[in-house]
Design a protein around this ligand. Sequence first.
Ligand code: PLP
Length: 374
Amino acid sequence: MTDRAVSADATLAHAGSRRQPGAPVVQPPQLASILASVGQPGDADYGRGGNATWTELEDALGAIEAAEAVVFSSGQAASMALMLALARDRDAILLPRDGYYNARALAERLLPYGAGPVLVDQDELAVIERELAARRAVLWTESPTNPLLRVADLAALARLAGAAAAPMVVDNTVATGLLQRPLDLGATASLCSLTKSASGHSDLLAGAVLTRDSGLAAELRSWRTLGGGVLGPMECWLAVRGLKTLPLRVERQSASALAIAAHLAAHPRVTAVHYPGVCAETLALARAQMPRGFGPLLSFEVEGTPADAEAIVAAAALIVPATSFGGVESTWERRGRWPGESAAPTLIRLSVGIEPAADLIADIDQALATGLGD
Ligand code: PLP
């Protein structure tokens, strides 16, 4: 790359690439647990402390949000390190009642080591302000939420956190830093499960924390080195490869998801659609916070029983019945099949892939016709 500043999109296209004559343009993964060394040890002498390929991944992620990135072996490993680092000497972690359910479960597990979870509604700013004034807390937010795709006012939440001197985390997994930049809105840390859209090919687990607080970044690295939640070089390499096409993927997925959400909203068998682009109450906020698109994930509820929803999921010919989201291939599932998930019983969560929207709509329509008129 040249020294001239270029867009995050251009930086991502060149992530991990070199322009030295005779050297491979794309560097192979550094498959090493140890490096030969003499004298004082360095970070990468032993693979739990560093690796050239994970540095490439961290550089690419850091360029998206102009921040330091610390990568972990999964989104949950990143969340665990972040909770442990931030909750020390604090009484509570305020978490969204309707966010990713395993964040709540993790906070419960970490209670003996720090602050306990307190569940809040992200749109109840007065309640959150009171909670932040009443205790020394971490404000853990998520927007859009998984699986209801609710949009929280991150700048307003950051103002409340700032006034209470509380660190604020945004789980940015659904949007990724390309569609939404939480640190610009005042967050202390932006968390991303790279398992989803960021890597985008359903072939690895990984997570990252982005922050402009170098003390926090150092603390996270130390939790990673001691706790051992390190990401293997091959996963780092695949994640860098995936990041190169992130802008193209999320652009296409966002456009298709919006078209599909509008189509579903007019479908007689659908009783509710959840997507930032079709939610009138938060549309202006969503447009301001996510100017490039609303991402690949949407959910909708169908009339009937959970078994009817399962039958619809099973009837798809193109969309793969599977969990997770953000992959190039569309996937869907009845979300309530997971114990611990609080979604409505007939809610189907759809991750829109890169297939043409018309193909997806045709598949959805034939699946929604399942069981009708039999
Ligand atoms: N955050 C959100 C919003 C998620 O949906 C997930 C996983 O589904 C995670 C965090 C955890 O990520 P991982 O599965 O990579 O541990």
